[in-house]
Design a protein around this ligand. Sequence first.
Ligand code: ADP
Ligand code: MG
Length: 400
Amino acid sequence: MKKKTVRNLRAEELRGKRALVRVDFNVPLDDKGQVTDDTRIRASLRTIELLLDRGARVVLLSHLGRPKGKPDPKYSLEPVGRRLQKLIPKKHVCFVESTDTDEAVKSTHDKTCDVVLLENTRFLGGEESNDPRLARGLAELGDVYVNDAFGSAHRAHASTEGIAHHLRPAVAGLLMEVELDYLGQALTDPKRPFIAVLGGAKISGKIDVIENMLPKVDRMVIGGAMACTFFRAMGVETGKSLVELDRVEMARELLKRGKEKLVLPTDAVVAPALEQSNAAHEVARNAIPANEAMFDIGRRSEQAFAEIISAARTVVWNGPMGVFETPPFDHGTQAVAQALAVATDRGATTIVGGGDSAAAVARLGLDARMSHVSTGGGASLEFLEGKTLPGVAALDDRGT
Ligand code: ADP
Ligand code: MG
């Protein structure tokens, strides 16, 4: 069921009203408390600007880090407020330090503020336990509720889920809408061929993704250390590679079920240890030395994967092909990212989910060449697993 979005709200639902927006401003701070990457702040600007343009005042809720349900200056959103003010210099941003509900409510009625940023929601006991009393209190902070925090939508917290039971309309922001459209379209009605590219360290973290996507895709390409667990299931020696022995049986079962849909690397880049990257060399997958480990896919695999990607009309990529943090083991990840970029140019829909994969794409400067890079690592993973995200389920359905 499609969800209502800010664009479906009527003029009178916004003019002069307080739009309470749950954003994901969980940004990295350095030890001086400066924002080191404002991508997540900028990602919600379109929603904030749309609401301001339509005459609403905007009240923002977000979490930052993992404070334990009580104020901790290390996790204050104050520096985030300063950065937000720089990004929208023509508007007045007010930061409210107090976590007292009455004071917070009062600040939302202050007409001198275009945007009110409230302090970290995780300073409030009851946020993470989704306490209904807190949810009801938070609902007093606005006249409409907008959830633009896709990255937090897989958690049923008071500010992401509970609140929507007390404040309506409850709609998706523009960032949330884009995320749901791309991921939703890929899973329900993809242009074909539809290819999944999966990688990363552990098969155990991705098993539900494999299970959910295998019946939907035309091919599933597997790289990363995950491939080694499949190798083991095929009876291939994997040396010191990362293998999850308790998942070998499951990998065997998937190989049987996936048949020719599953595409595994045919060669590997190996080394005695990660720290010995200067000793890296390529071997066929059935020739991994006993005292070495696979840290990347080999060139023949890169080519084969790129060829499959180049014929795709929809690609979902989750998980790097190797230890991309340590060159030269970033080569396979680079090749896949490049292949996706070329596929995008050709008109394919390319979607990157997963925190490390998104970071890899950003580091290569290729984000703009993907159709969509998800802002939510954990949330996109749960979405691809076919799970309902509680923060999304709580929003109003769009009538037909
Ligand atoms: P994402 O965040 O995109 O979902 P994951 O968290 O599942 O990705 O996996 C990323 C991690 O997998 C990276 O830290 C990377 O170093 C690791 N990895 C990939 N391939 C290998 C490998 N062959 N051996 C060890 N670790 C690997
Ligand atoms: Mg990760």
